[in-house]
Design a protein around this ligand. Structure first.
Ligand code: AHG
Ligand code: MN
Ligand code: MN
Ligand code: MN
Length: 307
């Protein structure tokens, strides 16, 4: 966490001055996800990898921006490092150029292969239930680090002048109900019937319920953070053109799901917890829904007809 805190301060500094020092825009490369990499995607990726691999604790890193996992000091038999890190270095790339909140998401597991040997893919393809810690950083109107080690969720705000994190949001609990829904509804023509029925329910009002407010930043971290504090639901479903959804199980869904669960919120791939999925590949995508517990339950009841 110390290393993550340091990398956060560096990335925060770069994100803040991006418009001044030519750090905005694409680099001209396509990553393994098929996305155009932004300069800040690469800067954040490099910063987290360099900072964490210098510590005697992490033995391997997998990143959204890397084709394969990175093994750290793999041939040093004295290497006692026992944790692997999985990371979405810069979440919400499409918002960089327009000064809208972006984030970082990370997930930490204990390695399953013997200490002192090179890491293997097995160390990374663990189900989300095995996470020992997970968190995100939001580079927003203020910069916050929110994380869990499985004993609740705490949020720390960065004092930029002093470079210190303050426990500003102890023991975060997500409201069990909410009145906001967050989805890229532009894709609605390509969603399933159950999902579209649910969206109609969100927009309908009656004596018991006002229509929900639509709120969509387009950065998972920012949308999740708002719904975590205020109540609401975030949806990234499968569609006719994204059969598996868009979000990455290992770098985005599992860490966010672990935090949601620890804050008393809900999370699902539409049928059950994403934390129970046995991953089959590093860059695997899944449909993902997370938010206030009762809202996620309600959504699941609508999705039953899609089976
Ligand atoms: P990333 O910038 O790490 O590639 O992630 C982008 C993700 C996520 O942050 C966001 O919620 C979602 O993509 C937005 O997708 P749409 O533009 O399809 O709404
Ligand atoms: Mn990306
Ligand atoms: Mn992302
Ligand atoms: Mn990213």
């Amino acid at each position: 966490m110390n290393g993550i805190g340091l990398a956060t301060k560096i990335v925060n500094h770069e994100v803040n001055k991006a418009g001044l020092v030519d750090l905005i825009g694409e680099v001209g490369e396509i990553n393994v996800q098929g996305e155009a990499q932004q300069k800040l995607d690469l800067m954040a990726n490099h910063t987290f990898i360099e900072t964490l691999s210098k510590r005697e604790i992490v033995c391997g890193i997998a990143s959204e921006e890397e084709d394969s996992f990175i093994s750290i000091n793999s041939f040093d038999m004295q290497n006692k490092n026992k944790y692997v890190l999985l990371i979405d270095p810069l979440d919400g790339s499409s918002n960089i150029d327009v000064n809208v909140s972006v984030g970082t998401i990370f997930s930490i597991y204990r390695r399953v292969t013997p200490i002192g040997s090179p890491v293997t893919i097995e160390d990374f393809l663990q189900k989300g239930r095995n996470q020992v810690a997970a968190g995100y950083i939001i580079y927003g109107s203020s910069t916050m680090l929110v994380f869990t080690t499985g004993k609740g969720v705490n949020g720390f705000t960065l004092n930029q002048a002093l470079g210190t994190f303050y426990l500003s949001h102890p023991n975060i609990k997500q409201p069990e109900d909410g009145a906001m829904y967050s989805i890229n509804e532009g894709n609605a023509d390509f969603f399933t019937t159950g999902l579209n029925n649910y969206l109609r329910y969100c927009k309908a009002g009656d004596d018991d319920k006002m229509p929900y407010k639509a709120r969509y930043v387009g950065s998972l971290v920012a949308d999740f953070h708002r719904n975590l504090l205020k109540g609401g639901i975030y949806l990234y479903p499968k569609s006719a053109f994204d059969r598996q959804g868009k979000l990455r199980l290992l770098y985005e869904c599992n860490p966010i799901a672990f935090i949601a669960e620890q804050a008393g919120g809900g999370e699902s791939d539409g049928k059950g917890s994403v934390l129970d999925i046995e991953p089959t590949e590093l860059h695997q995508r899944v449909p993902f829904f997370t938010g206030s517990k009762n809202m996620v339950k309600k959504l699941e009841s609508f999705l039953k007809i899609d089976d």
